[in-house]
Design a protein around this ligand. Structure first.
Ligand SMILES: Cc1cc2nc3c(=O)[nH]c(=O)nc-3n(C[C@H](O)[C@H](O)[C@H](O)COP(=O)(O)O)c2cc1C
Length: 310
């Protein structure tokens, strides 16, 4: 049944709930920066965490101490935390999840979505959608070895064809995953344009195939109205916002029903622009410049100004 308010909480596992149905989709290179973490906490930009993926290679399981250090500030913030794992070796992923549980983590997410060439060539992320059986096996191993954890997956609609969605989702639900974060594009489509009706249709197919397993829709949400339309058209249980958060860091709050706060938004973006204009190291500078491009668009006066000052 479609929920009424994005501010409604949702229980995803006996040990894990989210306070609302509007979450930040993981953004590698962004939420792991102090600037965004501090802003997110001080301005209440979000009410749960799913930081960018932790890569886990075969036989290279991170030590518990290292995991504790990496996620301490998220755990200390007291907001529910989901740790996303990226890898293709079920045993190493399960052992990492086990160690995360020892650190106090209650929820892990398996990345079966990343379209980056490097990740796909390594056989992880979106590459796993080429072999649905193997993908479901990895999920099943995690669900059975760490039943105390809420195990979810981040998916695209298929590797090269969105018609793969139904089979993929049925197998993953059969493996026991607790919920699904679903980006409507295929891996091959990367970030290519997909019309809104087709996007919602794909999410609707995922929702139908998942049955009682909650699906959070993801992709191209820029406004609270976009989130409402996605929910109404697809029946998804919640939404995840990625790039739209950079354009409007208050978007999740607004989706949850808070009034737009133009002053706070301006202050946040100004702080970001200052970083873009005066980042101490070249790599850092380029990173903030990229943020301004994503937040305001390549044609925007803000981006052109940041470029000029480079
Ligand atoms: C800079 C950047 C970094 C990303 N990092 C991750 C990641 O670590 N894990 C992941 O599952 N998705 C990652 N994504 C994908 C987003 O979470 C999201 O699924 C995708 O951008 C579509 O949603 P959007 O249209 O709201 O941005 C990343 C996307 C961007 C633009």
């Amino acid at each position: 049944m479609t929920f009424r308010h994005f501010s409604d909480p949702i229980t995803l596992h006996p040990s894990f709930s989210l306070p609302s149905r509007a979450i930040l989709s993981p953004l590698e290179g962004i939420m792991n920066r102090d600037f965004f973490f501090d802003a997110a906490c001080s301005l209440g930009l979000l009410d749960s965490w799913m930081p960018p993926f932790l890569g886990v290679s075969r036989g290279a399981v991170p030590a518990t101490g290292k995991l504790k250090k990496r996620f301490a500030h998220f755990l200390d913030s007291a907001l529910p935390l989901t740790v996303q794992l990226l890898g293709n070796d079920a045993d190493s992923l399960a052992e990492t999840a086990h160690r995360l549980a020892e650190c106090g983590v209650r929820s892990v997410n398996l990345n079966f979505a990343c379209p980056s060439g490097t990740v796909v060539r390594s056989g992880s992320g979106g590459a796993l959608l080429r072999d649905v059986r193997h993908t479901a096996e990895i999920a099943a191993v995690l669900c059975s070895r760490v039943p105390q954890l809420c195990v979810s997956v981040k998916l695209r609609s298929g590797f090269s064809c969105a018609e793969e969605t139904g089979e993929l989702i049925r197998r993953l639900c059969g493996a026991g995953v607790s919920w699904i974060l679903f980006h409507f594009r295929t891996v091959s489509e990367n970030y290519a344009f997909v019309g809104r009706d087709e996007a919602f249709r794909r999410i609707g197919v995922a929702v139908q195939a998942a049955g009682a397993v909650p699906v959070f829709g993801n992709g191209d949400i820029r406004t609270p109205e976009d989130a409402g339309r996605m929910r109404d058209a697809s029946g998804c249980a919640g939404v995840a916002v990625g790039r739209g958060f950079l354009k409007n860091p208050f978007l999740l709050r607004e989706i949850r029903g808070a009034c737009p706060d133009e002053d706070a938004r301006r202050l946040f973006l100004e702080a970001l622009f200052r970083r873009a204009a005066s980042g101490p190291g070249r790599r850092k500078h380029d990173f903030y410049l990229e943020c301004v491009r994503m937040a305001c668009g390549a044609d925007s006066a803000e981006f052109q100004e940041a470029l000029r000052r480079k």
